[in-house]
Design a protein around this ligand. Structure first.
Ligand SMILES: [Zn+2]
Length: 149
């Protein structure tokens, strides 16, 4: 199996996206909502994304089985779903955090009590975990590294 770097994987995805956008005139679909026209990908969108998931994307685009290699950027584990999705942790003193997990949608507010109702999340961590069990987003289960490992 051939290797491809994370950097080249990003370039591949951007170039394919450019072609598709030109072909179908993607921005035209959003004329009524101009805020959505600038949907350019940035490398930040791939921070923490697992090499396995990127390999799947390369396969979906090209049909080639390749192994994406390179160091995955270190992110923090979401207190709710456990995937490494957060670029910073909640810190009341520093005033940082409050990130919304892109997998489970839990907003990190420093809660460690999983049963505690949080008004910012309109529910508890247990509620969010139950919701994930019912409506798991299978497409993303391989996207981020598991915080436990
Ligand atoms: Zn999460």
């Amino acid at each position: 199996m051939k290797n491809i770097s994370r950097e080249n994987t990003f370039k591949l995805i951007c170039s394919v996206r450019d072609i598709v956008e030109k072909e179908i005139g993607l921005p035209k679909y959003f004329e009524e909502d101009s805020s959505k026209i600038n949907m350019e990908l940035s490398e930040v969108d791939f921070q923490g994304v697992s090499n396995g998931f990127l390999s799947e994307i390369v396969y979906a685009i090209t049909g080639y089985e390749v192994e994406v290699i390179g160091e995955v950027e270190e992110l923090f584990s979401c207190p709710c779903c456990g995937f490494k999705t957060l670029t910073e942790l909640y810190d009341r003193i520093e005033g940082t955090g409050y990130e919304i997990c892109p997998y489970c949608n839990w907003q990190d507010d420093g809660t460690s009590d999983i049963n505690s109702y949080r008004s910012i999340n309109k529910g508890s961590i247990v509620d969010y975990r139950n919701e994930l069990r019912i409506n798991s987003n299978k497409y993303y289960t391989n996207k981020w590294l598991d915080g436990k490992g």
